[in-house]
Design a protein around this ligand. Structure first.
Ligand code: NAP
Length: 262
């Protein structure tokens, strides 16, 4: 899975969204993240079609929303996603949250069926805690490939990172810029100034150093390019330690149906 992708949540204007995807893919991004609930799969698909890059060269992921996690719904809604995205397979399909209609056996057996049928290549989950991951993996034979969760220097996910490394599940960091909060952290600004880069790049480079895939959402070419440039930023051991030492738990996404709010 390419370690830097483009997030698309709240990229709601169809033309702007399609253009963001096209720009990103033509710049070199090879991973695009969307979800059924974002209601922009059509625009994402259009951006991919308009880009001068083969669909097969892009890692495309979407997610099934919590009210559509019964077996038949998963199959039907995924087929609709494929139609909107203009593709006949997904590289990764996530369970968006372990909530609502989610039932490990029923939901994930539908994911396994989609994988057996070649409509999805990998099964992912999102917003899962270790106990949810254990139950998910126990429910099916196919591997759980990735867990997409909020992670950034202000929410470092120590326990979950260790757990995922132990069980061989990839971590994908959403809101990797803490939805803009990384620009207000002195340590990150100091390191950004010292390297003549943005705080966004510092956050993305730190996550990469942790072995975590990131999917920052960016709309215009300036932000898309700035985030791409993080791939050239190598933080020093001292800089990484200073970021590791940020001791906060600032969670930006905490809906009442999510595990952190239970
Ligand atoms: P984020 O990526 O942390 O932050 C996005 C914000 O940062 C936008 O306002 C964006 O502005 C701005 N930005 C991006 N690059 C910038 C740069 N280089 N300099 C200055 N500002 C910059 O937040 P997010 O959208 O919450 O998370 C990223 C993606 O993760 C989402 O789009 C979605 O795909 C996924 N996600 C998944 C879940 C889940 O439950 N699985 C939850 C939340 C998010 P512009 O748009 O103006 O560029």
């Amino acid at each position: 899975m390419p370690g830097l992708g483009l997030g698309t949540w709240q990229n709601d204007d169809p033309d702007a969204c399609a253009e963001s995807v096209r720009i990103a893919v033509e710049m070199g991004y090879r991973h695009v993240d969307t979800a059924q609930i974002y209601r922009n799969e059509g625009a994402v698909g259009r951006g991919l079609t308009e880009a001068s890059v083969d669909r097969d060269d892009v890692f495309l992921a979407t997610k099934v929303w919590i009210n559509k996690l019964a077996y038949d719904d998963v199959i039907e809604l995924t087929e609709e996603s494929l139609e909107r995205l203009g593709t006949d397979y997904l590289d990764l399909l996530y369970v968006h949250w372990p909530s609502g209609e989610y039932d490990p056996e029923e939901t994930l057996s539908a994911f396994e069926q989609l994988r057996d049928d070649g409509l999805i290549e990998r099964i992912g989950v999102s917003n899962f805690e270790p106990n949810h991951l254990e139950a998910a993996q126990a429910a099916i034979d196919a591997p759980i490939f990735a867990n997409q969760v909020e992670m950034h220097p202000l929410l470092q996910q120590h326990e979950l990172r260790e757990f995922c490394a132990d069980v061989g599940v990839e971590l994908v960091a959403y809101s990797p810029l803490a939805r803009g909060d990384v620009f207000e952290v002195d340590v990150l600004s100091d390191i950004a100034d010292a390297n003549d880069v943005s705080e966004a790049q510092v956050s993305l480079a730190w996550l990469r150093e942790k072995g975590v895939t990131t999917i920052p959402k960016a709309t215009g070419s300036e932000h898309i390019r700035d985030n791409w440039a993080s791939l050239s930023l190598e933080l020093s051991g001292d800089e990484i330690e200073r970021i590791d030492a940020i001791d906060t738990e600032r969670r930006k996404i905490n809906p009442d149906f999510g595990p952190s709010a239970w």
